[in-house]
Design a protein around this ligand. Sequence first.
Ligand code: F0G
Length: 460
Amino acid sequence: MTSGTKAKIEMSAGHALRCIECGEELERAAAEFRCPRCGDLLEVVYPAWAESEAQTLVWASDLKATWRERRVSFQSQDASGVWRFRELLPRVAEGVISLREGNTPVFELPGSARSAGVGRLLAKHQGMNPTGSFKDTGMTVAISVARQEGFSWVACASTGNTSASMAAYAAQGGLRSLVLIPAGKIAWGKLSQALDYGALTCQLDTDFDGCLRILTELVRRHPIYLLNSINPYRLEGQKTAAIELLEQLDWQVPEHIIVPGGNLGNCSALGKGLEELRRLDLIARLPKLSVIQAEGANALVRTLREGGGKRLVAVQAETAATAIRIGNPVSWKKAVRVLEATGGRCEQVSEAEIAVAKAEIGRDGVGCEPASAVTLAGLKKLVRQGFVQPQEQVVLILTGHLLKDPEYTLKFHRRELLPDAAEGERRSLDTYRRAPLEVEAKVEAVLRVLEQAEKSHGAK
Ligand code: F0G
């Protein structure tokens, strides 16, 4: 690469914050990350890109080569699957707080592909991040900005993953962290992570939406940095999953990307990443980005169907997929715009459909947490609707690790999950259920079990 092009690329990192509604530009956001003029959401923009637009073709090939070269570097920012793409991120002069996030694998899901009725199905597993979810990719950016801005406390409301991620990055960066979680509604694995990473953890007698309301008020009264996905720096980090995915696909754009929707930050982030790749001519077209929700937490589905995408229809959320048990999603407007820009769809799936899909992803040897499995359940619907064609390339974004919620998995296999499922649903659930067997501690006894299993396998 010539030194001339390098200078151009580095120049691109100067950023501003801009209101998505009224276009107001700011250098620094207020504590609750809303536009001071109209109260809407902010996004990170890079004014220098516009000035250098004529150069984007030169850039594109240079950037792809630079990013690839960094994969073999031992320098800590290069080893991060987020900061490897730093030309498209805000510059953090103080140094970044990183746990080598990103660099997550793309897996084949052959069994799930058959079940969904598509020829080939890929999954980018964001649960393979250091704390077990996609949140790490956003947290590394936002928490680095928090330290640069001089904060000593950071905070979030969480259904589990955000709290574990924030607590880990705060600990790594020498910051203190406050976590607000809905009492009894987060998976034990996640709570234990937050505790071990040293977070001040408060279980509140409310749901996620209630925790977020309290936190928004708290940050107005106390100097504490808000790390929920209303923070646009979180989304900047999360958008790199889209960049990394395209790189892993050798820049061949898939037809569909499918992602779960809760607070709707992640689909907004991935959409922003894709649109920026397109704008910089790093890809020739956009994939369709579709968002799937649980039926009991379907605010975006209803916002589109009943509100025409113009006003939020909030819901009282209920689903065993606790990560997406969110009724009043902050980033709904960004999500609607991403669906419109990419031509994706928004669908909802039932609790039984989620449980079956999760088990199917498990049977591919990959596994994920319940919220992530909505993607496969949603894909099946989109195929039935004819929106996804069998020969099209589809990538599911698996957002969290199987081990986040072993209680859900054990309940499923012990037939304790969805005891009231209808007959048809129960039959599909039973196909995948494997409760542990109580067996006498003798070789003969285990042999008998094995023979039995071989017989019933042969009978299928
Ligand atoms: N999948 C997982 C595993 C999640 O943890 C979340 C959100 C989502 C999907 C939805 O992403 O909110 O950006 O639409 N988890 C939150 C938390 C809210 O607190 O960990 P979204």
